[in-house]
Design a protein around this ligand. Structure first.
Ligand code: SF4
Length: 491
């Protein structure tokens, strides 16, 4: 994997200043050339992981085949030569941004992982993070397992190998009962496509119907690209086993627990054209902007999004406040790795390579900038400087999520707690640090209202995982506590 450089789609914009989406998973069964469907699905999920991707298929004549590559799906899985090596009516795939395992590392960490069992082979692709993986790995190694990768997800394959159950879905149930944390999984045997969500349903997984076949995906946008019909979400704690002949069989292998879907999926991770439940992500983000404007009004002349993720919230903010909406910052859509390695001078241009100010619109105006989150604050500072350089009279930040003060241990890459601006500063200290005229975040209750919880957050049993804002972790991050992470003190 080449080092991140400023022409990298993500790095130039974020400068490590966005939470990194986790992974995207996709599977299809009962279709001709499943690999093509999987590649298209992964392409639609590329925002969830740009580091690497992999596909496994099975064909009755050719057996299992796999391909794992660094880089974008479009740069690898569009080659006819490669796709011809992945025949068969069933396949699964994974796009990755590493959240566990070594970062920017070896191809052996790229999923799907494959295991050969006495009853046949199985491949799995995992989105999430296992919070007791260190303990499991130690135990498995002591009992003779030989790990191929540094990924937490490989524990699942080894736990399955040790199960005494007679078929793969039952072995998978056995394995997952030992696992703590967040997981959405697509897996496959020679004939079965399997989908599972952890008992709290932290990470998403949806079911789609395509022709006579079926598919599973992290988000509905991946169903749209292959013309599949959105059937429903896989429920928290549900396992579906799907075959071409018998369709979908649903199981509930885990003890029921209150649902804790990741609320940040609504704010940032999911694509705005996806549905969560039956609700449009775009519409939820627009509503977040409405709540933000109600909670934190300010006199100004222009509402500008920090593109692209701040755009729906800025539209909602402008609508509610009555202040005109304008594209005061323009994003260069043609970033990629097509440039030669830039000089140090160009590297230092950072955010300007990705974003530019629409000077004619900004000059002399009191500007409200709407962004999805503040993580380290480095990008926010640079954007503020660009806006002031362009002649803005005032700069007001409005943030479509509460202060991100805690790391995520459920499949999202977050800087260490000390590097999160909100972990060490009050709101007023952050405002001074960013040197802006005002800085306000949506409240947790406001965010809950925007996602459809009219009464706000139930503090005795929150309806979502919001640990990165509240510090209240629905699953104790056992491995991290052993490494010295300090949980929030009980109030
Ligand atoms: S900690 Fe934050 S990012 Fe992680 S699952 Fe919970 S809400 Fe999502």
């Amino acid at each position: 994997m080449p080092p991140a450089h400023p022409f990298d789609f993500d790095a130039a914009l974020s400068d490590g200043d966005k939470l990194k989406e986790e992974c995207g998973i996709f599977g299809a069964v009962g279709v001709t050339d499943a690999a093509n469907f999987v590649a298209l699905g992964l392409h639609a999920l590329q925002h969830r992981g740009q580091e690497a991707g992999g596909i496994v298929t099975h064909d009755p004549d050719e057996g299992f085949n796999s391909a794992r590559r660094f880089g974008y799906v479009r740069d690898n899985f569009t080659s006819a030569r490669l796709m011809e090596t992945l025949p068969g009516p069933i396949g699964i795939g994974h796009v990755r941004y590493s959240t566990a395992g070594s970062k920017g590392a070896a191809i052996r960490d790229v999923q799907p992982f494959f295991g050969e069992f006495s009853m046949g082979g199985a491949a799995i692709a995992h989105n999430g993070n296992i919070t007791n993986a260190d303990a499991l790995r130690r135990e498995l190694i002591e009992r003779g397992s030989i790990f191929q990768s540094s990924s937490d997800s490989e524990c699942i394959i080894h736990l399955m190998a040790r199960s005494l159950q007679r078929n793969i879905p039952e072995r998978m149930e056995d394995a997952l009962r030992r696992v703590e944390g967040a997981f959405s999984i697509v897996a496959m045997t020679r004939t079965k496509l399997i989908g599972v969500r952890d008992p709290m349903g932290v990470r998403p997984l949806v079911l789609g119907k395509v022709g006579d076949g079926w598919c599973l995906a992290s988000e509905t946008c991946a169903l749209d690209i292959i013309g599949a019909e959105y059937v429903r979400e896989i429920e928290p704690g549900e396992m579906v086993v799907i075959t071409a002949d018998e369709g979908v069989q649903s199981h509930q292998p885990f003890r029921p627990q209150p649902s804790k879907f990741c609320i940040f999926e609504h704010v940032y991770f999911s694509r705005p054209d996806s549905l969560i439940g039956s609700k449009s992500v775009y519409e939820t983000r627009r509503q977040i902007g409405v709540e933000l404007a109600r909670e934190n009004p300010v006199d100004a002349d222009l509402v500008c999004p920090v593109p692209d993720s701040g755009t729906p919230a800025a539209i909602g903010f402008a609508h509610e406040s009555g202040i005109p909406f304008g594209m005061g910052i323009i994003r260069n859509q043609y970033m990629g790795r097509t440039f030669i390695e830039p000089s140090e001078h160009i590297r230092n241009m950072g955010v300007r390579l990705k974003l530019n100010v629409n000077r004619a619109l900004i000059r002399g105006k009191r500007v409200i900038l709407v962004d999805d989150s503040v993580v380290r604050g480095t990008t926010s500072r640079k954007i503020k400087e660009m806006i002031l350089d362009a002649g803005a009279a005032e700069v007001h930040f409005r943030i479509a999520s509460p202060p991100t003060a805690w790391p995520c241990f459920y499949g999202v890459d977050t800087p260490e707690r000390e590097k999160l601006l909100a972990a060490t500063m009050t709101e007023e200290e952050m405002r001074k640090h960013l040197s802006v005229d005002s800085l306000k975040f949506i409240s947790l209750d406001g965010l809950y209202r925007a996602v459809g919880e009219a009464e706000g957050r139930k503090s005795n049993c929150p309806q979502y995982c919001d640990a990165c804002f509240s510090g209240e972790y629905p699953v104790t991050p056992a491995d991290m506590i052993k490494k010295g992470f300090q949980m929030k003190a009980a109030e």
